[in-house]
Write a protein that binds this ligand. Structure first.
Ligand SMILES: NC(=O)c1ccc[n+]([C@@H]2O[C@H](COP(=O)([O-])OP(=O)(O)OC[C@H]3O[C@@H](n4cnc5c(N)ncnc54)[C@H](O)[C@@H]3O)[C@@H](O)[C@H]2O)c1
Length: 366
């Protein structure tokens, strides 16, 4: 049976294993062996995941822990907010917890970011375990320790770096993921192809050519390679003081789309897909790069969204980009490509020059 793992070394003191399996959720028990194991575990789980996988989760974790306290988070980006954070904190503090009570967060990036931040904030940090259940979470959000919630003024503006003790991905969860969510995960996988490994384009071509579009076990290689790239980048720069920011390729544009249209209108994956296209146009315009936009547009047929509704909001989009966490001395700082596999940080001196990029992006996705 396929069973892969990679170890992420954050520092001499902190390292953790990211395990990827197919239909072997019970292997998670390996994370909880030893004498200091708590009798109780806190489980923070996405509503949809709870609906589809409740029996599987409860029977597996029920064998490891005597008591499980579960909190079901409503599905969707809107749950990544202060009020859900506050409800979760109240709930946790009402449970009979101790400092070693593990917090097991099961879901996609939304529940992962929210639950991770709650674990980071309770008793100055509970042991955190991620069980990612979306493609996006398996290749990206569960790895690397970024936790947080959104604020009305911007995406992910409240949060902290808090590394988990372990990440356990079982591709069996993907069997219930709808097509739109598979496509959302594709955006982050494409990001790795652009910034670090163009071999991923070939892997994807092979998967699609053989009609393995939604077959979890067939995606193990691509998921594993993506998780590995993320781990390698985070291992060098956990706190995003340098090369980790390359993972933001397409994200400053994407976050502006997500924020301007109210969270949930466009999914993260859709916004990032359009954002990577905009970043490619910007790379060609400002860096004189020669990236073929068709490298990304060839996947556009898999997405089903239109940016027409934000056509008249270009000044607001640019204003929103200035609120991004990556802004330096009030200038927008973007991750662009000098070439495929050659990302670079670039400061936009005059943001009005981005209007044409936004116009072309919105035209392309209308
Ligand atoms: N922390 C990081 O480093 C990082 C990186 C990338 C993205 N993110 C964040 O991740 C979020 C997006 O994550 P996402 O795309 O996983 O979205 P999500 O968590 O909203 O999940 C997408 C949808 O899939 C459903 N779902 C989850 N697992 C399922 C399963 N196995 N079967 C059926 N349905 C399932 C959810 O209920 C939800 O409706 C964004 O908030 C983004 O900011 C964080």
């Amino acid at each position: 049976m396929d069973n892969r793992f990679t170890t992420l070394n954050i520092s001499n003191e902190s390292s953790y294993t990211i395990k990827l399996v197919h239909k072997e959720l019970s292997k998670i028990s390996e994370y909880f062996s030893g004498s200091s194991v708590s009798e109780r575990a806190l489980v923070i789980v996405d509503e949809q995941v709870h609906f589809y996988h409740r029996d599987w989760i409860e029977s597996t974790l029920g064998k490891i822990f005597k008591y499980l306290s579960s909190y079901i988070v409503p599905s969707g980006e809107k749950s990544k907010n202060l009020s859900q954070f506050s409800s979760l904190l109240h709930w946790i503090l009402e449970q009979p917890i101790e400092r070693n009570t593990p917090c097991i967060v099961i879901g996609g990036g939304v529940v992962g970011d929210l639950g991770g931040f709650v674990a980071a904030s309770t008793l100055r940090g509970l042991p955190l375990y991620h069980i990612p259940t979306t493609l996006l979470a398996m290749v990206d959000s569960a790895i690397g320790g970024k936790t947080g919630i959104n604020h009305s003024t911007g995406k992910n503006l409240i949060g902290s770096f808090y590394q988990p003790i372990g990440v356990f991905a079982d591709t069996h969860f993907l069997s219930t993921l709808n097509r739109k969510e598979w496509t959302n995960g594709l955006s982050e996988i494409l990001k790795y192809a652009f910034i670090q490994d163009k071999g991923i384009f070939t892997n994807l071509e092979e998967l699609f050519a053989q009609n393995y579009d939604y077959e979890p076990p067939k995606w193990l290689d691509v998921i594993y390679r993506s998780a590995q790239i993320k781990s390698e980048i985070v291992a060098v720069d956990a706190l995003e003081k340098g090369t980790r920011e390359f993972l933001n390729f397409g994200h400053t544009f994407g976050h502006a789309i997500e924020n301007i249209a109210d969270y949930g209108t466009f999914s993260h994956g859709e916004a990032i897909f359009a954002g990577m296209y905009a970043a490619i146009l910007t790379s060609n315009k400002f860096l004189n790069a020669k990236i073929d936009p068709n490298l990304i547009l060839q996947y556009a047929y898999r997405y089903n969204f239109s940016l027409a509704s934000i056509r008249y909001l270009i000044p607001d989009l640019i204003e929103q980009m200035k609120r991004d966490k990556k802004v330096k001395q009030s200038h927008i700082r973007l991750i662009l490509l000098q070439d495929i596999e050659a990302p670079v940080a670039y400061i936009i001196e005059n943001e009005n020059h981005l209007s044409a990029v936004w116009e072309q992006t919105i035209d392309t996705f209308s």
